[in-house]
Every structure is written in structure tokens, then in C-alpha cells.
Design a protein around this ligand. Structure first.
Ligand code: AR6
Length: 180
């Protein structure tokens, strides 16, 4: 699914984010940047140990929830990995929507700073962190569209959804904002 946003476009695809040929991919990290399962495990496995070495050297204090830091992509096709820390879902009244939007914007800002034409996101917070997929999708799609409309970049933002359920949630979120 492709949505044109002026000179930019938003793409939804089902797939594995580690295989994406984009300038940067976003990791769903934790605040200690210590690695884990899900996307985080897949990115470190595919990218190799250089990524963890870089996070340890550059960010020994980790990365607060709602922000993001960058490393190289190691052996990945992507040049950079933006390690974003989304919120853990605690019912929705503990600042989760704001923190998810902040983490998303931090990655889009890094993409602009690093001159990336294309950046790929997973469904941040919607796995181990328990954020309901429909709410995460609506939040991430809206935050991205607002950012791209305002900044007119990055040229391509992809959401790479691992399964059909997540893809469907993102497709519904897009259709609610851009009715066809
Ligand atoms: N490509 C794209 N999406 C994926 C992939 C992949 N290779 N693998 C999983 N997903 P999660 P979170 C989907 O748990 O909720 C880690 O242990 C997955 O189906 O990776 O932010 C970290 O270290 C789900 O829809 O991230 C943290 O401790 C989405 O990616 C914690 O989990 C996000 O699931 C972060 O939890």
C-alpha cells in the first residue's frame, strides 16, 4: 500500500525489517539498549556484533523512553539503525501515546539529520511492550504523516509489518486518515 504525501510517500508492507534496502531501519529497543527478542533480536542477529559494540561505546547510559539514538547498520542492507525506545503499555493513561509519538518523531528527525531518503519502521511498542496494535498503528501513522507534511522529508517512510494482523491494523489507520 502506497500513500502519496506531496513529494514524499508512505508505504505499508508485510515483511522482515532486517531485509529492507533503505537508508535506515528503526529498532524497537529497550532503554538500556541491551538487546532482546522481537525486532531487536532480529536486527542484532542480522547486523552482527558491531551494532552492540557501538551502542555500548556511544550510549553507555542507554536511551530514555520516547527518544532514539543511531548506530551504523553493520551487516544489514541499511546504512543506519535508529534505536527507538517506545513505551510499555500500562493501560494508556501513563503518557504512552505521547511517548510513542516522541519516539517516532525522534527517528524521523534522525533520518532528516543523517540525510536519509528512506527509513523503515516496525510496529514500535506493539509486541513485547503490549501496546494495542490498532492504537499503535493510528499513533505512528498520524505522527509520521504530520511530520512528513511539515518537513517534506524523508522521501520514503515504510512501515514493515511482520504479520497480516499488524498490516491490517496499519492499513485501517491509513484509511481513517486518508479515506479512499
Ligand atoms: N521485522 C518486522 N517486524 C518484526 C520483526 C521483524 N524482523 N520481528 C518482530 N516484529 P517487539 P516492542 C514485530 O516486541 O513491543 C525487545 O525484547 C512484532 O511482531 O520487537 O517495542 C526489546 O529489547 C511486533 O508487531 O518490540 C525490548 O525490550 C513489533 O515488531 C522490547 O522487546 C514490535 O515488537 C520492545 O518491545
Amino acid at each position: 500500500m502506497i500513500i502519496k504525501l506531496g513529494p514524499c510517500r508512505l508505504e505499508l508492507i508485510q515483511g522482515d525489517i532486517t531485509q529492507q534496502h533503505v537508508d535506515a531501519i528503526v529498532n524497537a529497543a529497550n532503554s538500556s539498549l541491551s538487546g532482546g527478542g522481537g525486532v531487536d533480536g532480529a536486527i542484532h542477529a542480522a547486523g552482527g556484533p558491531v551494532i552492540m559494540r557501538e551502542t555500548e561505546e556511544k550510549y553507555p547510559d542507554g536511551c530514555p523512553t520516547g527518544s532514539a539514538v543511531s548506530t551504523s547498520g553493520g551487516n544489514l542492507p541499511a546504512k543506519y539503525v535508529f534505536h527507538a525506545v517506545g513505551p510499555i503499555w500500562k493501560g494508556g493513561r501513563h503518557g504512552e501515546p505521547e511517548k510513542l509519538a516522541m519516539a517516532c518523531r525522534a527517528c524521523l528527525q534522525l533520518a532528516v539529520e543523517y540525510g536519509c531518503n528512506s527509513v523503515a519502521f516496525p510496529a514500535l511498542s506493539a509486541g513485547a511492550y503490549g501496546y494495542p496494535i490498532d492504537l499503535a498503528a493510528a499513533n505512528l501513522v498520524k505522527t509520521t504523516m504530520d511530520f512528513v507534511r511539515w518537513h517534506q522529508k524523508p522521501a520514503v517512510v515504510k512501515f514493515v509489518l511482520f504479520d497480516a494482523g499488524a498490516f491490517g491494523a496499519f492499513a485501517r489507520a491509513v484509511e481513517e486518515i486518508v479515506p479512499r
